[in-house]
Design a binder for this molecule. Structure first.
Ligand SMILES: CC(C)(COP(=O)(O)OP(=O)(O)OC[C@H]1O[C@@H](n2cnc3c(N)ncnc32)[C@H](O)[C@@H]1OP(=O)(O)O)[C@@H](O)C(=O)NCCC(=O)NCCS
Length: 203
C-alpha cells in the first residue's frame, strides 16, 4: 500500500512556539563547526547551551520574523530574520545573553563573545534583512523544508526591494543559499573556523 509523506506547511511563529523553535535550533545546529568550537562538549550539551541562548534571543527580539515549517503536526524547520537596522540584539537582550553565557564558564563565554563580535564586524553598513538562525531537524534534511523557508524569505525580500545578508560556517550550505540568489561576498576564519558571509542583492 502506498504511503504519503506528512503534509508540509509554513507559518509565522510567536509566543508559545518560541521554546520549540529554540529547541529545534539548538539541536539542529549543535554540530555546526563554529558551535563545536564555541561551546565544546558533547552534542547534547552544545544543543542545550545553544537552545538557551537562542531562546533568550528570540524572546527578546520582537521585531524579528520567525517562521517555521510543520511536517504534519511536528515543527521540522525554523528560520528567523531581522529587519533592517535590527540585527544586533537590544541592550537588554545583550545583557541577558551575556548573563546566560557566563553560566557556561569564562572560556566558553569568551569564545561566544569573540564569535559574535567577529560576525558583527562583517555586517554590511547598508540596510539589509539579516537571515539566521536557520535550521531543519537533522533527520528531515534534504526534503525541501529549508527550501520552503527560503522561498518565503526571498519572496518577502523581493516584495520589499530589500537586500539580504547571512553568515554560514557550513560549506554545504553555500550552494543551498546560492540557489536563492545569495552570493559569497567575504570569507574569514572566526574562532579558528572558516565562515562565509553572503549577500543577496535587492531585486
Ligand atoms: C541548510 C539547511 C537549512 C537546508 O535545509 P533542507 O531542508 O535540508 O534543504 P532542502 O531539502 O530544501 O534542500 C536540500 C539541498 O540543500 C543542500 N544541503 C545543505 N546542507 C545539507 C544537509 N546537511 N543535508 C541535506 N542537504 C543539505 C543540499 O545540496 C540539498 O541539495 P539537493 O536538493 O540537490 O540534494 C539544513 O541542511 C540545515 O538545517 N543545516 C544545519 C544547520 C545550518 O547549517 N543552517 C544554516 C547555517 S546559516
Amino acid at each position: 500500500m502506498a504511503t504519503s509523506s506528512p503534509y508540509l506547511s509554513v507559518r509565522s511563529l510567536g509566543g508559545s512556539d518560541l521554546d520549540a523553535a529554540a529547541r529545534l535550533l539548538g539541536r539542529g545546529m549543535a554540530d555546526n563547526p563554529v558551535h563545536v568550537a564555541a561551546y565544546r562538549g558533547d552534542d547534547a550539551s552544545r544543543a542545550r547551551r545553544h537552545e538557551l541562548l537562542v531562546r533568550t534571543l528570540l524572546r527578546h527580539s520582537p521585531s524579528w520574523q520567525i517562521e517555521g515549517v510543520d511536517r504534519g503536526d511536528v515543527l521540522a524547520g525554523v528560520a528567523a530574520s531581522a529587519p533592517p537596522g535590527r540585527c544586533q540584539p537590544t541592550v537588554s537582550a545583550r545583557l541577558r545573553l551575556l548573563g546566560r553565557a557566563s553560566t557556561f564558564g569564562p572560556v566558553a563565554a569568551s569564545r561566544l563573545v569573540s564569535w559574535q563580535n567577529a560576525w558583527s564586524r562583517h555586517d554590511p553598513d547598508a540596510p539589509h534583512v539579516h537571515l539566521g538562525p536557520v535550521s531543519v531537524d537533522r533527520h528531515l534534511r534534504g526534503h525541501g523544508i529549508g527550501g520552503l523557508l527560503l522561498l518565503r524569505h526571498v519572496a518577502r525580500l523581493d516584495a520589499t526591494g530589500a537586500t539580504g545578508y547571512l553568515e554560514t560556517d557550513r560549506p554545504q550550505a553555500i550552494e543551498f543559499y546560492e540557489r536563492f540568489g545569495y552570493v559569497v561576498v567575504e570569507a574569514a576564519e572566526v574562532i579558528g573556523v572558516p565562515c562565509w558571509f553572503m549577500r543577496r542583492p535587492a531585486a
